[in-house]
Design a protein around this ligand. Structure first.
Ligand SMILES: [Fe+2]
Length: 183
């Protein structure tokens, strides 16, 4: 599957701009992490891109969250177990077996923080620094929905020091910035 085809699936199943932006931003972070680890970029990127695909349809029925996504993706002909399991893994700890399954949890959280931080800057994601994202991480009232622990514990979980992880994640979101109006 090409990235264009993967994006078509996102456009087909998401209804809210905020969900679309979240998915693309997590894709960007996952691609950057895949490069860091020498893993397959599309596999990691697509897992990030689709992880909350059903969000606009399951917000009031959270038990179906991720399961509906898997159903849709299979119907679209996507049967890569690595991708499908990583999508389940971002919700269910029982599914976290390999690096991609853990990485997606951290990518999800950090992309949320970086996008929120970019939205309050006039220059959006451009020129964003690790230090300013760290400041937002400490500011609990800022973007309170972000699971901060899943950012702070990244070193013990993925073996990447926090500052380096934030730099990788910022670069990943910046790569996607033109697609999600963050430039
Ligand atoms: Fe997410």
């Amino acid at each position: 599957m090409t990235r264009d085809q993967a994006l078509e699936i996102v456009k087909k199943y998401t209804t809210k701009e905020i969900t679309y932006r979240h998915l693309i931003s997590v894709e960007g972070v996952m691609r950057a992490l895949a490069r860091h680890f020498g893993e397959d970029e599309d596999t990691w990127g697509f897992a990030g891109l689709w992880h909350d695909l059903d969000y606009d349809h399951t917000a009031d029925d959270f038990d179906r969250h991720t399961h509906l996504t898997i159903e849709w993706l299979r119907a679209e002909g996507m049967d890569d177990d690595k991708i499908l399991n990583a999508i389940l893994a971002h919700k269910y700890p029982d599914h976290r077996h390999s690096l991609i399954d853990t990485a997606i949890v951290h990518a999800d959280a950090v992309a949320g923080l970086i996008v929120a931080a970019a939205l309050v800057r006039p220059e959006k994601a451009a020129g964003m620094k690790v230090s300013s994202v760290k400041k937002k991480l400490k500011e609990k009232s800022f973007a309170p929905g972000v699971e901060r622990e899943e950012i702070r514990n990244v070193e013990e979980s993925l073996g990447i020091p926090l500052d380096e992880f934030l730099a990788i994640a910022i670069a990943g979101v910046q790569d996607m910035a033109p697609e999600i109006q963050l430039v």
